[in-house]
Write a protein that binds this ligand. Structure first.
Ligand code: XMP
Length: 334
């Protein structure tokens, strides 16, 4: 949702006087200033935010909860392509701990029905992007007196409006949604957003989480998504993440996940012939996502993960380890 309701004729520029935020004190000063600005701008109005649970939208949510409390309505759309437990975490942190006005929409069936039989990667992205906007608009339409739309735009989104995020993310809200934008993080770099998130009291798993694509697990279930293969992606990813965390690799390896491709091979399970999918492990490091190198994951750890995935995840009888850097492989499979 980087493109939006206000037509920007020229790119905004971070004020030269703005020091890089690295300390808690600087983050607190930033928060105080932005809380004041948001209160002044929003007044007694109401503001809407699409809260995915990603770092940027989570930090905006926490900041605006502090600024205007229940005048902020967060909408979390679960498109059925979230990682295991992710939507529950959003509800727990924002509704239960921070007291946010949070609307939770489980739109899993809607998305998966729309995606049934859609195999082309860009068409999948388009379907997901468009359906997201439709669900969001329908929910927004049920609310009255919304004058503002908050967004987690950060400075690299402005600098690289032709860069990786803009390239990947289809959509944005349509022109006719006339809401005034509230973008308190627009001049921050990612590392600064994390410092601010930490100062706002967000949990580490939210502030330091690895990047996760908008179309979610959908691009890790190559070709036409089926519910059973999607579950195999979700469960194998959860095991991989759990084992990386236990091994102290979370936050050290830039991005790691599993992919379950749409082919089957023969194996043996419980002394019987099996014919099931493989799960592919991808673990990479990068600075800017334009190039990436593979993480040399410890062999014992890989064997442990392989053993757990083949034992615990229905439909998987093999685990493969992707040794491809970017280029030639992209980080995701679609
Ligand atoms: P690739 O696969 O192009 O990915 O090497 C580079 C980075 O971009 C993320 N990515 C996406 N992010 N929407 C997103 O928000 C997308 O459609 C998308 N596709 C890839 C990917 O996870 C990696 O961090």
């Amino acid at each position: 949702m980087s493109e939006n309701t206000e037509k920007k004729t020229e790119k905004k520029v971070r004020p030269e006087s703005m020091a890089r935020i690295t300390t808690r004190e600087q983050a607190e000063a930033f928060i105080e200033e932005e809380v004041e600005k948001a209160r002044k701008k929003i007044g007694s109005g109401n503001v809407l935010l699409a809260l995915s649970g990603g770092v940027d939208s989570s930090v905006v949510a926490a900041l605006l909860i502090r600024a205007v409390g229940k005048q902020l309505t967060c909408i979390h759309v679960n498109h059925g392509l979230m990682r295991k437990g992710e939507s529950d975490q959003v509800i727990e942190v924002f509704r239960n701990q921070l007291g946010a006005n949070l609307i939770y929409i489980d739109a899993t069936d809607r998305f998966l029905d729309k995606l049934a039989g859609v195999a082309d990667p860009e068409t999948k992205r388009k379907v997901i992007g468009e359906e997201f906007i439709r669900v969001f608009e329908e929910e927004a339409g049920k609310l009255s007196d919304i004058g503002f739309l908050a967004q987690g735009t950060i400075y690299p989104d402005i600098l690289e409006s032709d860069g990786i995020k803009a390239h990947h993310n289809v959509g944005g809200l349509p022109e006719e949604v006339k809401l005034e934008l509230v973008e308190p993080l627009e001049f921050l770099f990612k590392d600064e957003v994390r410092v601010v998130g930490k100062a706002l009291g967000l949990p580490d798993f939210m502030v330091y989480r690895q990047p996760f694509p908008g179309p979610g697990l959908g691009v890790r279930c190559p070709g036409a998504i089926t519910r059973d293969r999607l579950e195999a992606v979700r469960e194998s990813d959860a095991i991989l993440r759990e084992e990386f965390e236990k091994a102290g690799l979370a936050g050290k390896v830039w991005q790691y996940f599993t992919v379950v491709p749409d082919f089957k091979s023969t194996g043996i399970k419980d002394s019987r012939r099996s014919f099931e999918w493989p799960a592919i492990i991808r673990a990479v490091n990068t600075r800017d996502a334009m190039t990436a190198t593979i993480e040399r994951v410890d062999w014992d750890l890989l064997e442990k993960i392989s053993s757990r995935i083949t034992k615990e995840v229905p439909g998987i009888n093999r685990v493969l380890y992707d040794l491809t850097s970017k280029p030639t492989g992209t980080i995701e499979y679609e």
